[in-house]
Design a binder for this molecule. Structure first.
Ligand code: UD1
Ligand code: UDP
Length: 368
């Protein structure tokens, strides 16, 4: 019986790996082990609870203020132990986090084949996003199976010399998750609070935005909110204390900006689906928004998700206060631009990515 082990550790990996865990567990003649690194704690638990996934192993590595060294070292040591015990035939990792990189590297050192879910996204600048762009490329160098979400990500891998037979265009499992979370009837106190206003969702946490860029983003946003009495901003803040401090320093004390703890994914996706627009530096939200038809101003200098830009949903606006102020205001006042960005076009697949990945692992090819 083929032994498949899945390793993940942060909120976005969990959101996009849980549908795959469920799909693989529904198949016969495979043995599935879920190992979480616990790079995130509360934010990981929220997702595991939402999807009803119970890990077999939890490395529980998170500490407040952890560095890239802490995470990388602990994940490598932990995976060495767990993989040594489980002896998997293949280990699946997701995306671009330190968990992803360190787990893949540990498997490479142990000669265990690696499957990379969400492979081939590129900015070709290892400093942006940092260190994620490096992590994703490094895992690409190691992976035996490359599950590319789009033809564009496949082409990136082919250009880098990956063997065509190792690449499978599956769609993104983010869409698998979204198709199970968004429901028709939904209400929530945050939506009650925003009734009669335009609800803007804000999230920001990227490492390269820590410090001045975050302060500058938040100042630009606050200036706009103060000019538009019909706009309310909901910001579920990442649990990183650095991010929380920047948000509280610049955004608190305005009754049309609500700062909250991270929101359960099921609830968050339903709020996103009912929002007016999104301001974010998140990767995953850039994949979700085109399906939901919600315009996104991307608070970064570059994106590894150009499909959403081509679809017209995403606009990359950087982190400078004046740009944030101008572009946010433009989207609130320019109806034509807003309508053009609100068309629901989903370049990220049909919600069957997990099935395709499972088929490849079990039958050696995609069945649909
Ligand atoms: C990590 C990933 C990033 C991903 C993000 C998703 C790396 C290098 N970065 O960044 O790619 O976009 O997750 O959110 O892998 N914390 C808590 N509780 C939690 C989670 C985090 O308290 O449940 C706090 C801790 O103080 C922790 C800090 O946040 O030290 C930073 O967490 P870490 O995983 O190191 O970095 P992220 O910025 O979350
Ligand atoms: N998300 C969530 N609750 C929140 C904020 C975000 O469930 O309060 C979800 C969001 O819908 C997306 C994922 O978390 O699926 C994105 O995670 P994050 O922004 O932490 O990481 P990134 O995608 O940037 O790596």
């Amino acid at each position: 019986m083929k032994k498949i082990m899945l390793v993940f550790g942060t909120r976005p990996e969990a959101i996009k790996m849980c549908p795959l865990v469920k799909e693989l567990k529904s198949r016969k003649n495979v043995s599935i082990t879920v190992c979480v690194t616990g790079q995130h704690r509360e934010m990981l638990k929220q997702v595991l609870d939402t999807f009803g996934v119970t890990p077999d192993y939890d490395l529980a590595i998170m500490q407040s203020g952890q560095t890239l060294f802490d995470v990388t070292e602990k994940v490598m040591e932990g995976i060495k132990k767990v993989a040594g015990e489980v002896k998997p035939d293949v280990v699946l990792v997701h995306g671009d986090t330190s968990t992803t990189f360190a787990a893949a590297l540990a498997c490479f050192y142990m000669n265990i084949p690696v499957g990379h879910v969400e492979a081939g996204l590129r900015t070709y600048d290892v400093h942006s996003p940092y260190p994620e762009a490096f992590n994703r490329q490094a895992v690409g160098a190691i992976a035996d199976y490359n599950f590319a979400p789009t033809p564009l990500s496949r082409d990136n891998l082919l250009r880098e010399g990956k063997k065509p037979e190792s690449i499978f265009v599956t769609g993104n499992t983010a869409i698998d998750a979204l198709s199970t979370t968004v429901v028709r009837d939904f209400d929530h106190p945050a939506l009650e609070w925003a009734k009669g206003s335009r609800l803007v969702i804000l999230t920001a946490h990227r490492r390269e935005n820590w410090g001045d860029p975050l302060y500058s983003i938040f100042r630009g946003i606050r200036r706009v909110v103060e000019e538009f009495p019909d706009v309310k901003v909901l910001y579920p803040i990442h649990l990183n204390p650095l991010v929380r401090k920047a948000a509280e320093d610049t955004l608190s004390g305005c009754d049309r900006i609500r700062l909250t703890d991270p929101i359960d994914t099921m609830i968050f996706h339903n709020i996103l689906a009912r929002s007016y627009m999104i301001l974010t530096d998140s990767g995953g939200i850039q994949e979700e928004a085109p399906s939901l038809g919600k315009p996104v101003l991307v608070l970064r200098d570059v994106t590894e998700r150009p499909e959403g830009v081509a679809a017209g949903t995403l606009k990359v606006i950087g982190t400078k206060e004046e740009n944030i102020y101008r572009e946010f205001k433009r989207l609130l006042t320019d109806e034509k631009e807003y309508d053009a960005m609100s068309q629901a076009k989903n370049p990220y697949g049909d919600g069957l990515a997990s099935k395709r990945i499972a088929d490849v692992l079990i039958y050696g090819k995609m069945m649909n």
